[in-house]
Design a protein around this ligand. Structure first.
Ligand code: SF4
Ligand code: SF4
Length: 485
């Protein structure tokens, strides 16, 4: 019988005889205290995982160091309530774009899951990437899985203390770098690293960096697969997205059973599984994939590489464990490339992408809010002139100082005129509260209406001496009312 790793035995569940939704919830109870010493494995999927994780970690750390137009290209400036994304500046009222973006990312994940199961977990999930980095450090300091297990059992000695201290110090340094990396999306990156590593940081900066560093240390160093097994919601609801054509890491029970050990060149009636247990030894979540598909499986492909290594040694065909679907294991051809689920997720994804494009194309560099003076409805000046007062709140949403021209319009007579200066200059990112007085002649009024609609329009112009609009579309307008005596 195969070793059941650090879990209580689960009922054998050949994946060929169960439906996609039934394949997920195998009842297994993890024992958190039982540490998994994962055997190191080489192979095509492990190389692929190393490459994808390296790219992920490099992008995570390097993105905040990219500068654009003299400032950090990607920055969530929480204190100024602005989000810089290269030439785009998002303000809180523009955050629907971010909402669409996260929803699009979720639907993209669901769409991929329909075809490739939890391939995200094994190859691109930050939890997996950071855990593998920590396991790599552990292996470098304490040796392979046999050495690590022996070190665990060994009584405390100077050598054990040295290895443990070295490992934890390296883990902590990487955790601190990760904390800096995360917070550098919210604060200027270059100053942050210098401040933290020279211990000259402010209180809140330090608090957030150390908070995320501690989370990383506990998460990737200690919790590891427990996060995937007990905390990750995706592992729980992935079954909803699976169907019989979803490709996941699966054991070909029809070919592998009945399993049993044998000599390399020995003729045998047994199936191709030589019961070497390598697929269990290399599994980061400690499961036996031969028991059928389980929600603990993160589709990392380590067992595929391990089993292929064994198959090669015994001269058997590769891929006894492979990325395949339930239908393919049963020898059935795939019913349709596009299932209803995949089409549904693809449609939702396209809608979200469309909404992002529409929202981005409608982003304005100016924000305008017109507030009428509530103290007095109107003011009579001389015999024929009536004035109304407004407060215009104009925000320059760009990162450069800009000049704006204010005009007032009405589709009916009379002609409204702005008494105050119509050209204003506003610093980058700032809001100007600008009082505006509008006047009209009573003799030009049409009918005896007590109020009429007018519209304020603000557009960016080249300069105060050359007030031509920078871009015709770069203007905002808002309606208000003009009161007559
Ligand atoms: S069963 Fe295989 S693919 Fe799944 S987590 Fe374990 S090693 Fe990775
Ligand atoms: S690695 Fe392959 S041969 Fe070895 S126990 Fe697992 S399935 Fe069987």
């Amino acid at each position: 019988m195969p070793k059941s790793s650090n879990y209580t035995a689960s009922a054998a569940q050949p994946s060929t005889n169960i439906s996609a939704s039934q394949r997920i919830p195998v009842v297994q109870i993890a024992t958190p205290s039982a540490k998994i010493h994962v055997r190191e494995q080489k192979g095509i999927f492990q190389r692929l995982r190393q490459y994808s994780n390296t790219v992920l970690i490099a992008v995570f750390f390097l993105l905040p160091f990219i500068n654009y137009q003299g400032r950090q290209a990607i920055l969530f400036d929480v204190t100024e309530q602005q989000f810089f994304l290269f030439h785009i500046t998002l303000w809180p009222q523009d955050f629907t774009v971010l909402a669409w973006f996260f929803m699009a990312a979720a639907f993209a994940l669901f769409f991929v899951t329909v075809y490739w199961g939890r391939v995200w977990c094994g190859f691109l999930c930050p939890q997996t990437a950071w855990t593998f980095i920590y396991m790599w450090v552990e292996a470098k300091v304490e040796g392979n899985h046999h050495h690590r297990a022996a070190l665990d059992r060994a009584p405390w000695s100077l050598s054990k203390l040295r290895k443990r201290v070295t490992k934890h110090v390296l883990w902590m340094v990487f955790a601190l770098l990760t904390g800096c990396g995360f917070i550098s999306y919210f604060m200027p990156a270059r100053e942050l690293y210098i401040d933290i590593f020279s211990a000259s940081n402010g209180f809140w900066t330090g608090t957030w960096v150390y908070f995320f560093a501690i989370c990383t240390y506990l998460n990737a160093g200690w919790m590891r697969e427990m996060m995937c097994l007990h905390c990750c919601p995706y592992s729980r609801f992935q079954a909803v997205m699976f169907d019989a054509n979803t490709k996941t890491v699966s054991y070909d029970a029809a070919r592998g059973e009945s399993r049993g050990p044998r000599k390399r060149s020995q003729e045998t009636e047994l199936g191709d599984c030589v019961d070497c247990n390598l697929c269990v030894d290399v599994c980061p979540t400690g499961i036996d994939i031969r028991n059928g598909l389980q929600y603990e499986c993160i589709n990392c492909g380590a067992c595929v590489d391990a089993c292929n290594q064994t198959m090669e040694k015994f001269g058997y065909a590769a891929n006894l464990i492979r990325f395949t679907s339930e239908n393919a294991l049963k020898g059935q051809s795939q019913a349709s490339v596009f299932s209803i689920k995949a089409l549904g997720y693809a449609s939702a994804l396209l809608i979200m992408i469309g909404l992002i494009i529409i929202d981005l194309s409608q982003l304005s560099d100016i924000q305008l809010n017109v507030i009428r003076d509530r103290q007095s409805l109107y003011r009579e000046v001389g015999i024929d002139t009536v004035e109304n007062t407004y407060q215009l709140k104009i925000r320059n949403k760009t990162q450069q100082a800009a000049v704006y021209k204010i005009i007032v319009l009405s589709d009916k007579a009379p002609t409204f005129r702005i008494v105050t200066d119509t050209l204003v200059q506003i610093k980058p990112g700032e809001q100007l509260d600008y009082p505006v007085t509008v006047s009209a002649r009573r003799s030009e009024r049409v009918g005896d209406t007590s109020q009429q609609t007018l519209q304020f329009s603000v557009s960016q112009v080249y300069s105060a001496v050359n007030p031509i609009p920078v871009k015709p579309a770069n203007q905002v307008a808002q309606q208000s009312r003009f009161f007559w005596p």
